[in-house]
Design a protein around this ligand. Sequence first.
Ligand code: DPP
Ligand code: ZN
Length: 852
Amino acid sequence: PNVTRREDYNEPDWRVPEIALDLDLDPAATRVRTTLWVERGGVHDRPLRLDGDGLTALSVKVDGAETMDWHMDGPNLVVPLSGSAHTIETEVEIAPERNTQLQGLYASSGMLCTQCEAEGFRRITFFPDRPDVLSRYKVKLTADKTRFPVLLANGDPIAQGELDGGKHWAEWHDPFLKPSYLFALVAGDLVANRGTFTTMSGREVQLGIWVRAPDLAKTDHALHALKLSMAWDEKVYGREYDLDVFNIVAVDDFNFGAMENKGLNVFNSRYILADPDTATDYDYDAIAAVVAHEYFHNWSGNRVTCRDWFQLSLKEGFTVFRDQSFSADQGSAAVKRIEDVRGLRASQFPEDAGPLAHPVRPDEYIEISNFYTATIYNKGAEVIRMMATILGPEKFRAATDLYFDRFDGTAATCEDFVQCMEQAGGVDLTQFRRWYSQAGTPRVSATLAQEGGRARLSLRQLVPPTPGQPVKEPMVLPLKLKLFGGFTGRPMCDEQLILLKEDAQELLFENLSETPVLSINRGFSAPIVVETNRTAKDLAFLSAHDDDPFARYEAMQQLMLDTLVTSVTNGGTDHAAVIEAVRNTLTDSALDRAFVAEAVLLPSDSFIGDQMAVVEPEAIFRAREALRADLGKALEAEWRAAYEGSLANRFEYSPSAKGARRLKTVSLGYIAASGAADADQLAFDQFSLADNMTDRQGGLTTLVNGASPLREEALEAFYQRYQGNGLVLDKWFQAQALSTREDTAEMVERLVAHRDFTLSNPNRARSLIGAFSVNQRAFHDVSGRGYRFVADQLIALDKLNPQTAAKLIPPLGRWKRFDEARAAKMRAELERIVATPGLSKDMFEQASKSLD
Ligand code: DPP
Ligand code: ZN
């Protein structure tokens, strides 16, 4: 397969300032007639080369006359042209109902919709399908009026009408220049939850959340989140919406979470539909975050887009940072930061430490779909956050203003963004740019040594080697730190922001009146791993006294991790320090319940594994269960008090009610871990009496991990209650795939034969196969059956939907982290995948790189 390289970038040979699309929509056979107004870019004699994927040209016209002077180069259409500007017309026919890749134009639950990012537009029509070709779009849609009463596209609706034979048409114009990946259309039998938003300059925007009629009642939360997002972007970034309409459509079959098409966002229905009976608090939060994310792309992505796909983090990293800040402003910023860091550590750190590690701005790819990664999105967001930290809020805002003003209507690069930061911020980011080019998670060791009234902090940084990058240069690491008096608990200095730029640096603290305790990387100011010489006592102290909630959480996590890693490696069972620290936090009534719930939760099996030279899944599981049981027993009264204190109220979606629910289920988990006789009944009662999905799922999950007869009863009741609701059935599959039980692999193998299981819906495939492969204990069963099972499923999924299949490869690629026997079995499955005839390039790239 071909490798695309960043350094090979050239400006487009031909520009396409205008395009008109005329689609006669039909699931079996859709006619696409396209008119391109093309202009030669610069002085050259190269022909017009239009990307295609699976298309056959039925006719080609140049300047109005049919021509035979064209040829195919593989999937692409090549038309020699003599002048500097021409009109090109092409006609193709496509079959959306046969499109199982869900890329291009496809059918989902009776509607027709599109997904064009990154390279799906070429599956609809011939076009220079690259993000630096910006065009003004006119779109005419024609379809059967009964099956497809609603016809939507980007921009503003211009005209509509009826035709003979039960058909109708609609025309949409988008006045803004956009790349082809932002094109979208939707045709279906849909209804809208409508609203309006008045922008800062007083324009009224018509909002619509489009769904199938039975789902209408589940759209209020998304509509509300959209209005909040629009107001937030005006207030925080000065960015106003620019069209008269903004539509969102929810679609059941969707590869991504959602897509920011100009004026017509298309969403995976899991990020739109919510009511208390079917959506958890986590879902509610995720819906608000994704609605915000896609809306914010209107400026960071659409008005200013990417020059090429190597710049993907320009829009994604920045937009994730924006949506994280938005969510932080809606509730507890500390809890949001904890959740984001937990997510980064669960997905990005392992990626950066494995065979698929790549820089935030990659240098090459085989299939761009494989680069919609935690590194591009979440590490990319951390890189923006660090620049915001270095600049401070005012200069950062000046820098983003400059960026939006300077690059509005163009396709920009990460370098352009950094230059705006430098100019408006008055800083030199030369060395900082390594965050874009060097992969790998930097590791910092911080050693604090006291000598009388002075203390010396020695910092060292190391960026580990990653594929293709054996040697690294030191990075710029913004570290927020503070010292606390170990005796009085009082801060001994103000918080400092230091920039660690060298391999090693030292800091001196003078006139200390007591022994200092180090609080470092406060707020997770840099996305790194920090190793310190802090004792269990220091960590317990910080977990109770640090005035930065993130640092407090972090100290507790480190204490738990140190304890667990010791248990796994030396069989240690001294849990006293953790128990005391958890008791302090749990009984501190001044703390936010949501914070408490996060802080008392043990690190995941996989995160414990990430700390070890060789991951031992069974030993980790046992050590973690032993600590959970001890915590459950030692603090049983406290867990019950926390549980009961969170029982009362009826469902409400507010930060405090969410926090109470979270702590309730975390406490339930510990009560169950204690072995209390009534735990199963408690879980079952929570499950059956719940007035919301968060509590119901909490009860179910607790039972699913156990062996009570109530387990089957709950699973069956849940299934019966939600039969026919795809999104909730995903939770049913997922709860079983994530079970900590010994027989999970066997259960999951049986579940693929369940009549509600299908690989053709990405959410369903991920809820079973994806969830199972991150269940460390079950997936890494020493027999290797977990590996074989996942490989079988991915080979089957690849034939339908390569993009979704390839995203599920990474757990198999982590073989280097395991013992030889497991590693050999994992490699064997990867080899079997690579050798599969007809394998997609998506899978080939992920699986073959994972073998290196
Ligand atoms: N660009 C989309 C998003 O991240 C993914 N297709 O919002
Ligand atoms: Zn995005």
